[in-house]
Design a protein. Structure first.
Length: 261
């Protein structure tokens, strides 16, 4: 049997945490690494009998998730965000894999489906995003990226059936609450990597990005929420590069990155 530790990092996630933990309650262990919640997050996590709650000031997404992985008791790690839920088919797939014995793969991709404005996206890239979330920590771990972190593994990977449902934002207020912090951090990271932005590219980026998200990716088939998501995603990319342009032309890049949690 492959014993699994589910790991979740949290900060003020009382609105969504129960759904995430309910879907992994069957795991051999749950590790919740909290970075200072002041709502009911910790109490919710402690209500699960197989859950250990640990505390760590936020280090950035990659380093924080590495800390959670290191704290687990088992080598097979199932990493879950607090706003994600394993659907029934994915839970069945994982349970069957858990009972199957030791595999040759170093990790497994899960198919993630965006849930936004009350709609499960069933079309386009947002309905079948692949994320590497089940892995053997002896063969890899999350990288050190402060944002948009990912698992890096040494070895072959597979794909499990089912969907990881991503309830990305409760509402537009939460989206824009994080929008400014994320775009600032991404602009600074691009600046550090030597990326450049120009006025012509900024003028074209919004309409081109919108057409890509809405038409090319097929979000037009996801109804009005698909339109809103495409508009917001295009705006995110535009503002990110606008902030990069600002860093190129001002002294603002001496500022420290704001927290993104």
């Amino acid at each position: 049997m492959n014993r699994i530790s589910a790991v979740v990092i949290t900060l003020n996630e009382e609105h969504s945490l129960s759904g995430a933990l309910d879907s992994v309650a069957w795991c051999d262990e749950i590790v919740v690494l909290d970075s200072g919640s002041v709502d009911g997050t910790v109490e919710i996590a402690r209500s699960y009998p197989n859950c250990r709650v640990l505390h760590q000031p936020f280090l950035g997404y990659g380093p924080q998730k590495r800390k959670a992985v290191e704290a687990a008791s088992n080598d097979w790690i199932l990493s879950l965000d607090a706003d994600e839920v394993l659907d029934e088919l994915l839970q069945q797939s994982l349970r069957a894999w858990r009972e199957s014995g030791s595999p040759g793969e170093a990790g497994y991709y899960l198919l993630r489906r965006l849930c936004f404005m009350g709609r499960h996206f069933r079309h386009g890239r947002e309905s079948r995003d692949r994320v590497l979330r089940l892995f053997d920590r002896r063969r890899g771990n999350f990288n050190e990226a402060n944002i948009h972190e990912r698992v890096e593994l040494d070895g072959p990977t597979g794909v499990l059936s089912g969907r990881l449902l991503h309830y990305s934002y409760r509402d537009l207020d939460e989206y824009f609450e994080k929008f400014n912090r994320y775009t600032s951090v991404m602009a600074r990271q691009m600046r550090q990597r030597g990326r450049r932005s120009s006025i012509p590219s900024l003028v074209l980026r919004q309409p081109v990005s919108f057409l890509n998200y809405y038409l090319v990716r097929g979000n037009w088939m996801n109804g009005f929420p698909g339109f809103v998501w495409s508009l917001l995603a295009a705006t995110y990319r535009t503002v990110k590069y606008l902030k990069l342009y600002e860093l190129q032309t001002t002294a603002y890049d001496s500022k420290q990155d704001p927290p993104v949690a």
